[in-house]
Ligand binder design. Structure first.
Ligand code: SDX
Length: 388
């Protein structure tokens, strides 16, 4: 009761939706996509196979896998007119602002010919979004650095194509390093889905009104942008650069524990995980692999590892079950791949697209009602307008 109204406890129960896509056990640090542990998918699968798994519920056989991969890799171009839309942005626009705009704008290029009440059209929509996100992401980057857009190449892998569109220029041949392409693919895979997180819930809520899927995904991109969510990977790198040296770590740990200081240890803690985020462990291994392969000795990695070690031994973090999450190490890998920090959350959005669209598809394919969260009213009770 808030002194005005007494609420029935049932009323305030957390409204949960049903989904068969992803299962998380936060206490045990378990993440399953359609029952398969993320660790095994990261080791044995790849991003497109996980996209198929999220969308269709089963791993593809060889034929289905080839057909799906061909479909995705042969629809990566976007309508040429998107370039005119993109050129309306300031050159220094944040790439996430551009992605919100571009993906929402896709509805004016593709949605008119797609009827979301038609199962085949829903499937095509899901495919087109997975195909085109890397192209849009790379265009946002090229625009920000004033370089010409690079068209996708059908013969390249999903991760390799993205790196090619990001870093190729008309001046010389860009050779895709297979190790980096695999690392890029692994990063997309680790971000593919994560149950009812803030951005996925946003996509579902938008979809429940019957809004077109491109608009729904654009709403997910907007929700992901915040530093408490997908924006954390960008914030982690900036935090590590601000720490600058292992001897300053204690100062930041102290700040993170200070209730009067808004600073939080970016890349640490989670709404659900009260144990290690299993993705963080895989990301840390990938970090070591990529930096080792490239012969990069990034001091930020040393700072990150030392910070993790200190925090995991500090009672404040131990008591509150705060562990590294998916964002803690991802930025160091992306930096090693040559990707600028402003693009980190765009990479997260690109990786998360199959999860968003799988949740949208799951909800739309069954009978659903518009989402309508309720509230605990804390305002004044009914009162009359004062007589003049
Ligand atoms: C993602 O939901 C998902 O699945 C999201 C995601 C996905 O894949 O979609 O996993 C991706 O968003 C990962 C999270 C990325 N965000 C960050 O790394 C930002 C830093 N983390 C925090 O802002 C925070 O941990 C949150 C936002 C992630 C969770 O915030 P909560 O729910 O408030 O954390 P909590 O309830 O567990 O907090 C318990 C206590 C609180 O202190 P007390 O009031 O008990 O004294 O721990 C404190 C918090 O203040 N706390 C932190 C902290 N995180 C929580 N203190 C210092 N540093 C932190 N990072």
């Amino acid at each position: 009761s808030n002194g005005i109204f007494t609420y029935d406890p049932g009323f305030v129960s957390t409204a949960a939706c049903e989904s068969a896509i992803t299962y998380i056990d936060g206490d045990k640090g378990v993440l399953l996509h359609r029952g398969y542990p993320i660790e095994q998918l990261a080791e044995h699968s790849d991003f497109l196979e996980v996209c198929y798994l999220l969308l269709y519920g089963e791993l593809p056989d060889a034929d289905a896998r080839e057909k799906f991969s061909n479909t995705i890799l042969h629809h990566t171009m976007v309508h040429e007119q998107i370039i005119s839309f993109l050129k309306g942005f300031r050159r220094d626009a944040h790439p996430m602002a551009i992605m919100c705009g571009l993906v929402g704008a896709l509805s004016s290029f593709y949605h008119d010919s797609l009827d979301i009440n038609n199962e085949r059209h829903r499937e095509i929509t899901a495919h087109r979004l997975i195909s085109k996100m890397p192209t849009l992401a790379a265009m946002a980057y090229k625009y920000s650095v004033g370089q010409p857009f690079v068209y996708p190449r059908n013969e390249l892998s999903y991760g390799g194509n993205f790196l090619h569109m990001m870093f190729a220029t008309p001046c010389e041949e860009y050779k895709v390093n297979p190790v980096l392409a695999k690392a890029m693919d692994r990063i997309f895979l680790l971000h593919a889905d994560h149950e009812q997180n803030a951005s996925t819930s946003t996509v579902r809520l938008a979809g429940s009104s019957g809004a077109n899927p491109f608009a729904c995904i654009a709403s997910g991109i907007a929700a992901l942008w915040g530093p408490a969510h997908g924006g954390a990977n960008e914030a982690v790198l900036k935090m590590l650069e601000e720490i600058g040296n292992e001897k300053h770590i204690d100062t930041f740990i102290k700040r993170a524990k200070d209730k009067d200081d808004p600073f939080r240890l970016m890349g640490f803690g989670h709404r659900v995980y009260k144990n290690f985020d299993p993705r963080a462990k895989v990301m840390k291994q990938t970090c070591d692999e990529v930096l080792g392969e490239l012969g990069i000795n990034d001091p930020l990695l040393r700072i990150a590892k030392r910070l993790e070690q200190i925090a995991l031994e500090d009672e404040y973090f131990v008591e509150r079950k705060l562990y590294p999450n998916v964002d803690f190490y991802s930025g160091i890998i992306l930096k090693a791949l040559g990707i600028p920090v402003e693009m980190f959350t765009v990479i997260f959005a690109t990786g998360r697209t199959p999860g968003w669209i799988a949740h949208w598809h799951e909800m739309i394919s069954h009978s659903y009602r518009i989402g309508r969260p309720r509230q605990l009213y804390t305002g004044p009770a009914k009162r009359d307008y004062p007589a003049k």
